[in-house]
Ligand binder design. Structure first.
Ligand code: PLP
Length: 379
């Protein structure tokens, strides 16, 4: 019999495994109840009932009206849509994005620039938080859309989204926040937060990959992005991915129910991990405290590529930053925006914990990391 190698998975900001509850809820919608949710017959209607129920559950978790939830193929599409669709509806008025946004936003911003829209980049401080005073100076009637993520995917640093939403409301421009990383950990309430648009993605909280949603506040006008049929109330073409929508809602409800317990556990294992690294010279946490699941560490004099490779060989999965940028040799734009130089950015790794990591496993991983750092420094 082949032995299964044990992997200590510390890359939950990249993705999470599907929870069994979601898998079970999804399974009837592949072969039995496989209808197209927009078909007029019984099978179609059955599928639509499941989609509507999922939409209701998701809306309830984030304090939205179900009509304000639009399903997408994931966080990337939701981000692209909010940015491009939002800017176009604002008739090409100036757009402001933060310097630490995910590539799904950065690339959409480049698209907007190629269409002649002015996109300005809001700086962050050393702790990784956007400079609110700069935003206050920049906000005027020429700005149509502001985009600042809720929590950063590389550092976990939280952004002052409620304050930004209030500023944008005062100035009459749209505010979009990418809550893809924040959703698993924060008690999101779109009405209390005052945001106009918010994106999230199921695979970050033990739901299926390739499904996400964009919340669009009722009354907010944005242009269509994925063109096709009249699905999603005419706002997003494409056959609705019924099984994934069902898994999405199941995973989100479970996440919301278990959030407090998961947070406690994450805090415990994070502290245990750091305890095992105590006393190692030249180790720094990049960024202010934020999400308990994400830890961005810099080890002076240690290249992150070789460190990650060595850890992987020993069965520990960690990352250098965003998974979508892992093929890139460029240093992280998030860390350089925070003032780290290129070498410091290349000395940094992201560890992201999950609900199923045991304290014993993270302590073991931290001891391996400590030994590997010492070994590489001695070379
Ligand atoms: N936004 C943030 C902050 C992310 O971390 C990610 C994924 O890593 C995305 C957007 C893209 O989401 P998806 O993988 O669902 O396309």
């Amino acid at each position: 019999m082949q032995s299964v190698e044990k992997i200590i998975y510390l890359d939950h900001a990249a993705t999470t495994p599907l929870c069994l509850e979601a898998l079970e809820a999804m399974s009837p919608f592949y072969c039995e109840c496989f209808g197209n949710a927009d078909s007029p017959h019984k099978l179609g209607r059955k599928a639509m009932v499941a989609v509507d129920s999922a939409r209701d559950k998701i809306a309830a978790v984030i304090g939205a009206n179900p009509k304000e939830i639009y399903f997408t193929s994931g966080g990337t599409e939701a981000d692209n849509w909010a940015l491009v669709g939002g800017a176009l509806a604002q008739k090409g008025k100036r757009v402001i994005i933060s310097a630490i946004e995910h590539h799904a936003v950065l690339a959409a911003a480049d698209k907007l620039r190629s269409m002649g829209v002015q996109v300005d980049v809001l700086p962050v401080n050393q702790g990784g938080r956007v400079e609110l005073n700069v935003l206050k100076e920049w906000l005027d009637e020429d700005v149509g859309l502001v985009c600042v993520m809720t929590a950063n995917n590389e550092t976990g640093v939280l952004q002052p989204v409620c304050e930004i939403a209030a500023l944008c409301k005062e100035k009459g421009c749209l505010f979009f926040t990418d809550a893809v990383q924040a959703m698993p950990y924060l008690d999101v309430n779109v009405k209390e937060w005052g945001v106009d648009m918010l994106s999230f993605s199921a695979h970050k909280f033990y739901g299926p990959k390739g499904i996400g949603a964009l919340y669009i506040k009722s009354g907010v006008k944005i242009e269509k992005f994925v063109c096709g049929g009249e699905q999603e109330r005419g706002m997003r073409g494409g056959t609705v991915n019924v099984p994934s929508v069902v898994g999405f809602a199941t995973a989100l409800e479970k996440t919301a129910k278990e959030r407090k317990d998961r947070e406690k556990h994450l805090q415990t294992i994070r502290a245990a991990f750091l305890e095992e690294l105590a006393g190692v010279e030249g180790v720094y946490i990049n960024g202010d405290e934020g999400l308990p699941a994400v830890l961005n560490l810099r080890f002076d004099g240690v290249d992150n590529d070789s460190l990650l490779y060595a850890m992987d060989l020993q069965g520990v999965a960690m990352a250098a930053g965003s998974a979508c940028a892992s093929a890139s040799v460029k240093p992280s734009h998030v860390l350089t925006a925070m003032g780290l130089d290129e070498t410091q950015a290349k000395n940094s790794v992201r560890i992201s914990f999950g609900k199923d990591n045991s304290e014993e496993d993270v302590r073991y991983a931290a001891r391996l990391l400590r030994a590997e750092v010492e070994k590489q420094r001695a070379l």
